[in-house]
Design a protein around this ligand. Structure first.
Ligand code: GLP
Length: 241
């Protein structure tokens, strides 16, 4: 694991955007694995800035998002589909047909998950996967559990995750209880992984990810085995290392 400690959120966001810029410059048809949550918003802002300055071209890029809430229409301003369009896709030249986000409204969830995994495979696989991390070290929506899940699947969200995400909803009852997420296995298959974290509330999760036992109760701990991973942290998230 490489660990890059940045002074603050802005520096973390810039470093992360530069890594995407290098990836897309070297391979214009890169497959990007993308994440939601508040942490990568600054990186997306930087990427939009780079696009406006004509430093980066997304016309051949494909994207696969990690996850989506179950049973929440895309049009909801809390869906991850909506989040991605508002924070990134509406501002860059990625082609609509190259954008992939699990369909949380699919009537046949099993088929949706299988199709998503097949699409990732057919795209040639994810070149660089962006990750945030939950307070309980979840990645995507892979919550602490008793086994690492391989592929895309439906999960029950933990109470603590529902509480953490309630800040984006009017009331906690509105937060979906389930989500469709890429598995830890799918995440692990990415050629490169870049995990972003900021703030002291993530310091324990980062400590456990780096130094803890590799166990499914700490989903991000599996990343210790990946051969091309960088953690881009602000000083607070890195404070327990
Ligand atoms: C959600 C997302 C994760 C994200 C996490 C942390 O659970 N599914 O992908 O990493 O939130 O979010 P934040 O960056 O807002 O702390």
């Amino acid at each position: 694991m490489r660990i890059l400690v940045c002074k603050n959120y802005d520096e973390m966001s810039k470093k992360a955007a530069q890594m995407i810029l290098s990836q897309v410059t070297l391979k214009p048809n890169s497959v990007l694995g993308l994440a939601t949550g508040s942490t990568p918003i600054g990186m997306y802002k930087e990427l939009v800035k780079m696009y406006n300055e004509k430093l980066i071209d997304f016309s051949e890029v494909s994207t696969f998002n990690l996850d989506e809430y179950y049973n929440l229409p895309k049009t909801s301003d809390q869906s991850y589909d909506y989040f991605m369009r508002v924070n990134l896709f509406n501002h860059i030249n990625v082609k609509n047909e190259n954008i992939h986000i699990p369909n949380g409204m699919a009537s046949n969830v099993e088929l949706e998950c299988e199709t998503y995994d097949k699409q990732i495979k057919e795209s040639g696989g994810v070149d660089i996967q962006v990750l945030g991390i939950g307070h309980n070290a979840h990645i995507g929506f892979n919550e602490p559990t008793i086994n690492f899940e391989r592929g895309t699947h439906l999960v029950d969200l933990k109470e603590s995750t529902i509480e953490a995400n309630a800040r984006f909803f009017e009331k906690i009852e509105d937060v979906p209880k389930k989500a469709i997420t890429m598995g830890t296995g799918s995440i692990f298959k990415a050629r490169k992984i870049m995990l972003l974290a900021c703030g002291d509330s993530k310091a324990d999760a980062i400590y456990n990810t780096v130094y803890g036992k590799v166990i499914p109760e700490v989903p991000a701990s599996i990343l210790q085995f990946h051969n091309d991973i960088v953690l881009i942290l602000d000083e607070a998230a890195a404070s327990k290392l």
